[in-house]
Design a protein around this ligand. Structure first.
Ligand code: FAD
Length: 318
């Protein structure tokens, strides 16, 4: 079932969803099952699975020269989605990115998803690989997420890349896109970011999932700005627990989001990892309760290796 159908059926009740990373190459799917098993008690409406592009490494050869090798550390997004749907009978939302994909490869990936009965996709641009400063599209790929949205929307109308495919199967993907309550880091200003977000919706996206935030007023303001800009689709807030003092600077530098004073000052006082986790859990609970109260359609948790915190929060909510 599509994300938007879940939201419609809930008729105003806040739903829950989780996001997981595929296991590191060489690890079994068992690690995902162990992470998700306890959380399934809360009946998530869907589970997102992130996509991780290849990174380049240089390997020294015996003659002293170097070979450049491309390694995808976390392959298996589509396989994990299919396995989750099969194992838990839950809807899966694979993330699909522009980076590292030609349009043809994207089309083939979408055909696979369609054959597997996966009817949700989160369409993203992706970040530059660690050793590159700027995002560079594949020479035959897409530069912005909007171009990926357009390709998916074309397939939903039976339009494939090759002109000579007539009467092609119309896929039926529900398309999600990313939104940034605190602005995307490359965007010159919030208004331009909003303008590009609106273009993604006009191109066929059905809903927005937000970047994480730690101050709910940023989300509320973002929703208000979107509505004023006539962006009417559901806006799903994404929440991540902060669990250590180190993350006070790590998260802002990685995700370009602010930590509110109150949280940062309290976190600085934590003397032990357990105290930091406890504070992070309380903050997440407080954020979640507020989002439910304000009628958020879904609360989406970035589980990211801390499922027990999400578990404890959910236990106190339901
Ligand atoms: P876009 O919408 O293309 O925007 C990128 C930048 O370009 C923005 O600054 C925007 O304002 C600007 N822009 C957009 N359109 C235009 C235009 N036509 N002309 C000029 N400028 C334009 N990354 C991964 O690699 N894998 C994942 O699984 C993943 N999951 C994510 C999930 C969520 C919910 C979020 C919020 C992010 C995720 N990311 C993931 C990170 C994401 O790929 C990066 O934030 C990336 O830098 C931007 O992606 P986007 O889809 O928002 O890009």
């Amino acid at each position: 079932m599509k994300v938007t159908e879940h939201i419609q059926q809930a008729a105003g009740k806040t739903l829950f969803s989780f996001e997981i990373l595929p296991p590191v190459k060489g690890k079994s799917i068992e690690s995902i099952v162990q992470l998700l098993d306890p959380l399934m008690e809360f009946k998530p409406s869907f589970i997102n699975v992130t996509y991780h592009r290849s990174e380049q490494f240089f390997k020294k050869k015996p003659d002293g020269s170097f070979d450049r090798i491309d390694v995808r550390k976390r392959p298996g997004t589509v396989g994990i989605c299919a396995a989750l749907m099969n194992h838990y009978k839950v809807d899966a939302v694979p993330h699909l990115i522009c980076g590292g994909f030609s349009k043809d490869e994207t089309e083939n990936a979408l055909i696979d998803l369609n054959f597997l009965g996966i009817d949700n996709v989160l369409a993203l641009r992706g970040d530059p690989p660690k050793n590159e400063k700027y995002f560079l599209p594949d020479p035959h790929g897409h530069r912005y997420a909007i171009d990926l949205v357009k390709q998916i929307e074309h397939m939903n109308r039976g339009v494939y890349l090759e002109d000579d495919i007539e009467g092609g199967e119309q896929t039926d993907f529900c398309i999600g896109v990313a939104g940034y309550p605190e602005k995307h880091y490359e965007s010159p200003n919030p208004n331009m970011d909003l303008m590009y977000l609106k273009q993604k919706i006009e191109a066929g996206a059905d809903y927005i999932t937000t970047q994480m935030f730690f101050d709910n007023s940023k989300y509320h303001q973002f929703v208000k700005n979107c509505r004023e800009a006539q962006i009417e689709v559901p806006i799903i807030p994404g929440l991540k627990p902060i669990t250590s003092v180190k993350q006070l600077s790590g998260i802002p530098s990685l995700f370009h989001v602010d930590m509110p004073d109150e949280l940062a000052l309290e976190m600085m006082k934590c003397k032990t990892p357990a105290a930091a986790e406890k504070l992070g859990e309380e903050w997440l609970l407080h954020q979640t309760r507020d989002l439910i109260k304000s009628g958020a359609p879904v609360v989406h948790f970035y589980t990211l290796g801390k499922p027990h915190i999400i578990y404890n929060v959910m236990k106190q909510i339901l």
